[in-house]
Design a protein around this ligand. Structure first.
Ligand SMILES: Nc1nc2c(ncn2[C@@H]2O[C@H](COP(=O)(O)OP(=O)(O)OP(=O)(O)O)[C@@H](O)[C@H]2O)c(=O)[nH]1
Ligand SMILES: [Mg+2]
Length: 384
């Protein structure tokens, strides 16, 4: 069975609209990219609609999660190393819920990718400790948490050296190295870097800003271990994270929400009753004598500030225009019903807003957050 070298989908000649399609005249036995990969790589194919329709049905999401678990069902039975990749801007929802079930007793290293997006002076030690705590709460016992940037190639060499050393350790006869994680965290970009370094192959695997790029396991041979067994570095499809709108947002929205460069923090001094809109996605009503909110979000995301008494009116006149994303009512509905959560802040606090970034709050205040169900807000007190 031949597979597309860019996304791992089984090559097929019957349905042009599905991943894996190649024309019948093409030689399916040779290394080939499917039509979808070709269009993503050369023509910026926008396939986010596929993700949107997928997320619209609870049954489809459950089916997708089941397929995901099936695909990785053997990992726990192998002696392997698992690299769990998360997005450095989304440390809470990046953990796959059934992670322990998937990996069994195999060692797990956590790679917090896209660390290049953190502001230059950000202290990462406390965030690292927090990631260790989260992994513990998921049943993983790992002290191996690394901040990396595949884009800036930061710390990637060190990870590669360590993982290849592992293959040859007598007490650790690992065969395969799996790279797993939610959609769009950068798994395929990481593997492309390994290929660039060790095989001088450039951008073999298809990568993209949009979710669900890799469709199946992609095994890359990386030599033999100390027992003479063949070892593979294995790219995996992303876990469909239902707690982040990045899993299904249209390309237009991704371009606003996903920072291109390191974040330039925007700080607002607030008092009395004020409201802040993050685009049209999240609304924050803040009551305070005096407090400051620093936003670690993409500089393309419009932050609108108004008095709470005028908030509703401002929203009605600016929604789907200045207050974007969402751009349409359909997109808004896709992100789920709006819920409210109240936070009483009396010491420096962060609110991590999945898919968007985080807010660092200083001073005493009450914050009422309004967000759609696909945006998860997590509070912590870690120092930044
Ligand atoms: N800023 C930044 N962006 C990155 C980094 N690594 C990857 N990206 C970008 O993240 C997006 C997703 O990368 P992929 O490698 O396709 O992610 P993936 O995890 O393989 O995604 P799926 O196959 O959909 O699960 C692309 O636009 C990459 O360019 C990084 O270190 N920093
Ligand atoms: Mg991928």
């Amino acid at each position: 069975m031949s597979r597309c070298i860019g996304c791992g989908a089984v090559l097929q000649t019957t349905d042009e609209l599905l991943p894996g399609y190649i024309p019948a005249s093409a030689d399916a036995e040779s290394k080939a990219y499917c039509k979808r990969c070709f269009m993503i790589r050369h023509h910026n194919l926008d396939y986010s609609e596929d993700n949107l329709s997928l997320m619209s049905s609870k049954e489809d999401v459950e089916k997708k999660h089941k397929e995901y678990l099936n695909l990785l069902q053997n990992v726990k039975n192998e002696h392997c190393l698992v690299l769990l990749m998360i997005d450095a801007l989304d440390i809470y929802t990046g953990f796959i819920p059934q992670i322990k079930e998937i990996v069994g007793n195999n060692p797990v290293w956590i790679l917090a990718n896209k660390a290049d997006l953190y502001p230059k002076d950000m202290k990462t030690n406390r965030i690292k400790e927090q990631i260790e705590k989260i992994s513990k709460s998921c049943g993983l016992d790992t002290k191996n948490v690394f901040f990396i940037s595949c884009l800036k190639e930061k710390n990637v060499d060190m990870i590669m050296d360590r993982m290849f050393v592992n293959l040859n350790k007598k007490h650790y006869p690992s065969n395969n190295i799996y790279v797993i994680g939610s959609t769009s965290v950068g798994k395929s970009t990481f593997i492309n870097l390994v290929l660039k370094k060790y095989a001088q192959t450039v951008d073999l695997i298809t990568t993209s800003m949009e979710a669900n790029t890799t469709m199946n396991l992609i095994k890359i041979g990386v030599g033999k271990n100390n027992k003479g067994n063949d070892c593979y570095l294995i790219d995996t499809p992303g876990y469909l994270n239902t707690q982040s709108i990045l899993s299904c947002a249209p390309l237009k929205t991704l371009k606003v929400l996903v920072p291109k460069n390191f974040i330039r923090v925007k700080t607002y001094q607030l008092k009395d009753e004020q409201t802040i809109y993050l685009g049209g996605i999240v609304r924050l009503d803040i009551k305070s004598v005096k407090c400051s909110l620093s936003f670690y979000v993409s500089d393309k995301l419009y932050i609108h500030r108004t008095k709470t008494m005028n908030a509703e009116k401002a929203y009605e006149s600016l929604k789907f225009k200045e207050l974007v994303p969402p751009y349409t009512i359909e997109e808004q509905e896709m992100y789920g019903n709006i819920y409210q959560a109240n936070y009483t802040i009396n010491q420096p606090t962060n609110l991590w807003i999945s898919g968007i970034g985080f807010i660092h709050i200083k001073g005493d205040c009450e914050i009422l957050v309004h967000a759609p169900s696909m945006v998860k807000v997590t509070e912590d007190k870690i120092e930044l």
